[in-house]
Write a new protein. Structure first.
Length: 219
């Protein structure tokens, strides 16, 4: 088999190292060009969450760690709600959400904690906190028999409200609230309001915790 010389075009047999006419070498070695590194798009890199310790960030919740963190924060919140300072302005409920994010971040140190995940962790801690708080309240009532004191306080509050309102329909409603059935309705409504306060304020605390931790990581 023959092939044309790349320099003079004369026919050269395969395997011959040099052309007989122009002495040009016929064995050519091609060297692969090194790969060209493309510069990263700054807009894409800015939108990507930071990597922690070289590991890819975890975008979702790791539920075993999330449940443990929320339960731990909920227990602390229930204890704080038993203290006047913690109960005022719902500070114990806010602390539940914030602490749940903090505890979760310590367990999953390369988690990508967005505001949405912080809100979910806070809401979960609020559920735990309300359950533990309700259990503590029921246990306190059973041990210390403070149900009579609570009933007396509710009756006093109803009587004070009745003295300030002369409307006959309002008076009739207030008289119903003084009955055992009315007091039970008041206590159930109080528990429902407390549940929603735990859920809302703890979610807000979780958002604050996530935003605070992300700001510290960027510094």
């Amino acid at each position: 088999m023959e092939h044309p010389c790349y320099q003079c075009g004369a026919a050269v047999e395969d395997g011959v190292a040099f052309c007989r006419h122009c002495k040009a070498p016929q064995i050519r070695v091609s060297i692969a060009a090194p790969p060209v590194e493309t510069a990263a798009d700054p807009e894409v890199s800015q939108n990507q969450p930071p990597a922690y310790g070289g590991a890819p960030p975890i975008n979702g919740l790791v539920w075993p760690h999330a449940l443990r963190s929320a339960a731990q924060a909920g227990l602390i919140a229930a204890i704080l709600m038993a203290i006047p300072l913690g109960a005022s302005f719902g500070l114990g409920m806010l602390a539940a959400g914030f602490l749940s994010v903090l505890f979760y971040r310590r367990r999953v140190f390369h988690a990508n904690l967005t505001s949405g995940l912080g809100m979910r962790l806070g809401a979960l801690s609020g559920l735990f906190g309300f359950g533990i708080f309700a259990a503590f309240s029921a246990l306190e009532t059973a041990i210390f028999r403070s149900g009579g004191e609570l009933r007396a306080a509710l009756v006093l509050a109803v009587e004070q409200a009745a003295s300030r309102n002369a409307d006959p329909q309002a008076q009739q409603m207030l008289q119903y609230l003084k009955t055992p059935q009315g007091l039970a309705v008041v206590m159930v409504l109080g528990l429902i309001v407390t549940f929603f306060l735990f859920l809302i304020l703890s979610s807000l605390g979780g958002v604050l915790g996530a935003v605070t931790l992300r700001r510290k990581e960027r510094v």
